[in-house]
Design a protein around this ligand. Structure first.
Ligand SMILES: C[S@@+](CC[C@H](N)C(=O)[O-])C[C@H]1O[C@@H](n2cnc3c(N)ncnc32)[C@H](O)[C@@H]1O
Length: 217
């Protein structure tokens, strides 16, 4: 079956919600590049942390649906407007996800421990003053605090807790976030990693890293 991703003309918007941008496109391109493995992986439960407009979780659902994978989807965002916009984007593409407005996965950890087979995250990664992190509205879309790592460093242990034994994590990082250091941090938790896509734009150098548990580590 030919694969589909979310169509920009069907992606909903709101002035306080992050519009799909180079980083969102790079993450979906990385999922597309890995789509044969994703279909073989047969995930039962997929999750996005920080869904924004819904472009990424909708694309993931469409990619897996094209491969006849009947997974379930869940997405969170700290910005309640983003949850509403994601709902509209999903509906416009005829796909479904459970949506929750929360800080990373707060309130869900007990229910989801060891359950997530694929997690996708395009976090706020821009180095900013620490007091901008977690601000209301659009600022929380990019404000990453010192080295852009404040939210990333909170997401990593939560991802470790939520991922299943076969779970995969795809995460966007910026060169300024020290992706190698992030990989070493995850290695200490038993994860192997690979940069599945690297893209330089006029403004930034993006890496999409894939993590998976490796019994040999
Ligand atoms: C760079 S945007 C990415 C949006 C979308 N995933 C995309 O790729 O277009 C980061 C998103 O993470 C959300 N976010 C920021 N901090 C968060 C947190 N602590 N918990 C959940 N979501 C968060 C923001 O509201 C924003 O929608």
């Amino acid at each position: 079956m030919p694969f589909r991703i979310a169509q920009i003309r069907l992606v909903s918007s709101h002035p306080e919600v992050y519009e799909p941008c180079d980083d969102s496109f790079a993450l979906v391109d990385a999922l597309l590049a890995d789509r044969i493995n994703l279909v073989k992986h047969q995930p039962a439960l997929c999750m996005e942390v920080g869904c924004g407009s819904g472009y990424v979780i909708t694309s993931l659902a469409l990619i897996l649906e094209s491969g006849s994978v009947g997974a379930q989807y869940l997405a969170t965002d700290i910005n309640p407007h983003a949850v509403r916009v994601t709902q509209e984007t999903l509906e416009a593409h005829g796909v479904h996800a459970e949506l929750i407005s929360t800080n990373i996965a707060s309130g869900l950890e007990q229910r989801l421990t060891g359950m997530i087979d694929v997690m996708v995250v395009n976090p706020p990664y821009v180095p900013t003053p620490e007091d901008e992190v977690g601000c209301e509205g659009i600022v929380s879309a990019w404000a990453g605090g010192e080295n852009g790592r404040s939210v990333i460093d909170k997401i990593l242990p939560i991802a470790d807790n939520l991922l299943s034994e076969k779970g995969w994590l795809y995460m966007v990082t910026l060169a300024a976030n020290s992706p190698l250091q992030i990989c070493l941090k995850m290695r200490e938790k038993g994860y192997a990693s690979r940069i599945v896509l690297q893209r330089s734009t006029e403004e930034e150098s993006l890496h999409i890293i894939k993590f998976w548990r490796d019994a040999d580590i």
